[in-house]
Design a protein around this ligand. Sequence first.
Ligand code: BG6
Length: 463
Amino acid sequence: MTTPSSDAFVFFGATGDLAYKKIFPALQAMTKRGELEMPVIGMGRSGWSVEKLRQRVHESLEHNGDIDEETFARLAARIQYVDGDYSEAATYEHLKKALGAAQRPLHYLAIPPSMFGTVVQGLARAGCAKNARVVVEKPFGRDLASAQALNRELHEVFDESAIFRIDHYLGKEAVQNLQYFRFANAFLDPIWNRHYVDNIQITMAEKFGVQGRGAFYEEVGAIRDVVQNHLLQVIALLAMDAPTGRDAEAMRAEKLRLFRAMRPLDPKEAVRGQFRGYLEEEGVAGDSKVETFAAVRLHIDTWRWAGVPFYIRTGKNLPITATEVKIGLKCPPLATFDDISPATANYFRFRLSPEVVISTGARVKRPGDEMHGEPVELIARHQTRGDQEPYERLLHDAIEGDTSLFTRDDAVEAAWRVIDPMLGDVPPPEQYEPGSWGPEAANRVISGTQGWHDPKPEETTPC
Ligand code: BG6
């Protein structure tokens, strides 16, 4: 079914950090591709003028290092700005006027979730929600109960098909590649299960700290910030069954089945950490118990995955910035030549960031008289990045009404159900040194002999 494209782009939070870092560059790229031939209306509460907003867009593009003056001029000419309190009817009346003849606006809410209800009600009262779509930023709630409440607030005004819950990880080229690789290669299917897979690990490491976002981070912590969304989404793509159709709903249905089969996390199989120095960050409470590191073991109760541990690890101030998945395969049943341990057995490796790599770890004979081997990696795909940034891809999809890469209400709630046990009364975080791989205790989370797989700097020449 084809749905009509949106005909105006409205973004709440135009004066904020996310707009500066991600949205303006995406708008320039979309303008360049001819995908934004519509009014672009920034909404803010900072008393700005349209000139100030245009100037901010220019600064953002310069800062991002890829300003194209001709495209900027075209974008700037489309930009309007509406300033006002989001709880006042007059703000939406001004928006209505700015929309002019547009019939099907897309409203992008890059604002705290506590404001979602107020804004969607304001839109509805002013008649700006009719035939409209709404994109909402993460985090979608703080736990299962608040996510359910947010869903109710949104549903009072918008049908689920018009709600786009954004998770920029799903717009990454590498994550798309992972999904494609899984379901376009039949050779994977016979081994993609508990009979052949020993364990699955994902590490999302960041070499930097909270980068001045201490106050935001205090509200979330690593588990809410990236595990509930980005990392569970990647696990879902790795572990789900093939969708039974090509449409967005078929994909969403299989993902939901998988989320529902995830066992809620057990704090006894998890470790939270906090880097030394976090408490001195601006906006952070002196006695904060918020985690900047988490390592958890997850179980998926399906016939395909029963007994296969999924390990998730993430942290700020780790030795490298990289996100990597390793699917460790089982050892050969008998040692014909060398003894092979889980750490030296075959594997698949997916580097999701900053590079895009898919590789298989195999063993070959070392030259010489002896029948001894060594590990080699067969690189299936290696590129630095795609030509489309996640926000460009996702905002374009939302304008077109394509929900495939957005999270449905039931899936977001199912993901919170998995995370909820980690949000209550859990042991305090253990301290770790910046630049280390997190607290020593994280090694307790991983069973068996293979240990955590630490992503390394990627060699740039494909073999
Ligand atoms: C964001 C988190 O969603 O994702 C950040 O809020 C994190 O804390 C970021 O650094 C990582 O995304 P990317 O695409 O920069 O790897």
